[in-house]
Write a protein that binds this ligand. Sequence first.
Ligand code: PLP
Length: 415
Amino acid sequence: MKSSDLFARAKALMPGGVSSPVRAIKPYPFYVERAAGSHLTTVDGADLIDCCLGYGPLILGHAHPDVREAIERQLEKGWLYGTPTPLELDLAGMITGDHPGVDMVRFVSSGSEATMAAIRLARGYTGKQDIVKVEGGFHGAHDAVLVKAGSGATTLGVPDSAGVLADLVAHTRQVPYNDPEALETLLAENDDVAAFILEPIMGNIGPILPDDGYLADVREITAAHDVLLILDEVITGYRVGIGGAEVLYGIKPDLATFGKIIGGGLPIGAFGGRREIMELVAPAGPVYQAGTFSGNPASLAAGYAALRYLHEHPEVYRRLDEATRAIGEVAADAGRGTFVRMGSLFKHFFRSEPPRDYREVKECDTEAFSRFWKAMLEAGVFLPPSQFETNFLSAAHTESDINQITDAYGSCLFA
Ligand code: PLP
């Protein structure tokens, strides 16, 4: 069956025909038959270079042999026990070893669960009620953070969801990204803030990069006001390097959240941080958190294999950095909009200057982006279908893939 027919059926079975809003590409999304390395094959027979990569987890590309082997080995032994497994120690040891600010972790099943639990923990630890997030920052689809959220919420123009209690989001305050003064002012006026949660590099309306010194300022300001700093590394974790943004920018959070890459492409999330805070999580302490699928053995096996590969092949990060640099040079020569990149994260913004925050990114010409996106798809390159989502590269992208992406950029920017 073709994508158009599948979508017609799907709309009767699932709201909007999809399992997550960003997938609702107009007039209908393409359906994938299979994926390998850097390529997707659609049910309509198209072969596409994938720069979406499941929205980030697949830094090694699709069906990487090491990850597949680890999953297959685990499947032979069963895939859900409801008991602890030795695999938890492997992955927890890897994550704590790579992140100086993370002494302990708790595994959950998604990035949303991780940020939800980290916020609860911050409130439990500090005894304070409010949280501060960044305008346009996305931390998953749970109530406390669905306020001026990025990702699908920005694309759809509904940053505030129906069904979220006004009383609850009254406790979620906002500051612009890259504006340490706004954070200082807010924290000086409000002594009931438990935590400031931010994506160190804004990934769900970006990438938007931190100004020099911004993250260090954030660390200093939060510490001065006894406010916990939660670094949401769901995208940046193992994406910008081993140790994520924490190590890249030398910023030690109180709590950090992870997802995506640490599961090697299977569902996962984790939150972690200072031992003294983490010891409050149940059953060690009074902050409740639990989940049937938490620490799922297949996800842990896949994640551990992926992270081990990255440890053994650190050149992956350099290669990916060079690849986005090459794409960026062609994009810059085209003389339209701005290309922003950080390692394997990249994006073309249809705006004259790189956006520094949510307000600026909303000035982008989204119609020009739509034409560019469609032209890229026709040229065989699948980019996330929104001006407000980051593009990703993987270790599986070959030189010929990069050349094809670069050529397509050159011809599609004026579509
Ligand atoms: N935090 C960030 C920075 C994210 O990008 C996302 C998802 O894109 C989440 C949290 C939520 O993760 P999940 O979709 O696994 O629930």
